[in-house]
Each structure stands twice: as structure tokens, then as C-alpha cells.
Design a protein around this ligand. Sequence first.
Ligand code: G3P
Length: 226
Amino acid sequence: MNASEGVIIVNFKTYVESSGAKAIALARTCESVADETGVTVIVAPPMPDLAAVVAAVTIPVFSQHTDDIKPGSTTGHVSLENVLASGAKGTLLNHSERRLRISEISSLVQKAKRDGLSTVVCTNDLPVTRACAALEPDFVAIEPPELIGGDVSVTTASPEIVGESVRVAKKAFPGVRVLCGAGVKTGEDAAKAIELGTNGVLLASGVVKASDPERVLLDLAAGVQR
Ligand code: G3P
């Protein structure tokens, strides 16, 4: 992944449209769009489908979440070692729908670096973006929670938070790449994200619930390349 190229991360969440066999089918669609356009498309399938999706595609597969736990006598958690063993290349951390404490994010970012896994730390506002970028993850992804799953893109509803997030994140850690998400659905939204200084978008429903995910992904890919 080239540091300056546009990135699209598709979070499959726990939608029925992107679970089980459908997770593999959607990941293959993402792979074919990545191959056709040259854009980096990363998928984050439901946790039970992680290893199966890794085995099915060549594009990067990320975990939706990781817990800051030692592997062993814990139940219903996901350790960094589990993620590594699945063959995934990275993990989302601190998603609005799966928050972590800052001490846990810090510990996980450090351990992920040690293990060669990429990290995408989700943030909800500017102070959190600043704090999380200072932990030196690969990406921070600004997602105002009230816009998640809606029809208005963060790039239209709050372009200022996207632009400011890029500024505060790069000030805290110049090497960080910045994504934005929430309500992103079109190539126009993705192009605006790039125009605001980000490296791309993190999205879910716009792709997962689309009647034609391939058409949406091609539009998004064209947007990040504009
Ligand atoms: O992780 C992506 C996300 O929270 C945004 O969701 O459905 O608004 O694209 P959505």
C-alpha cells in the first residue's frame, strides 16, 4: 500500500447482507474492483468470517475490533494473537460501536506494530483524533457517530470536522493517514474526502446495503482517484 494512494475500507459490520457466504461474495467483489481500478480496498468482515475471507481473497482483510487481552483464559474476546493467526493484516480499533479506553488503544497500537499488523483508530471528534494520532497508528478515521448509517455524508454535513481532523492528526503525528466515514455512499463523497485532505474513506451501509455493490465500489474508487 503506497502512503499517498487512495484507500477504501469497507466495514461489513454484522449486516446479514455481508455475513457468512455473503461476506466472501462481497469481499470478492471488493477484490475485483481493487484489481480493476488499482485502488486499495480493505475489507473488515464479521469476526466469525475473518479467516474464511482471508483465505478467499488477496486484498487486505482487517479485524473489526481487537481486545487488549492476553491470550488464554478469556471468553468471547478477540486477542491480537487471534487476529494475527487468522491471517488478517490489520485491525480497526475504537469503532463508535465498539469503544476502547485510550490506555487499551495505546497498548494495542504498540503490540500491533510489534506484530506487523496495521491499525485504524476510529475517532469521534477533534480531541480524540489528536490523542489517538499521537499514539502513531497507521490511520485515524474520523466518524461523527450521529451520521453513521445515515444518508448524509460527513463530507457534506461536517466538512470542517474532516479538514480539521486532518490538520490536528498530522500535527500530532505527521506519518498518520487520515480517513473519514459516516454516511459516505458515492464517488462524489469520496472525492470530497480527498479534497479535504484525507487519504480515503471508511464506510459500511453504502456498500453493504447497496443493490449493486460493485457499481457503488467502482464509483467510490473513481472518487478517491479524482
Ligand atoms: O465503520 C464505518 C461506519 O461506521 C460508517 O458506517 O454505514 O455510515 O457507512 P456507514
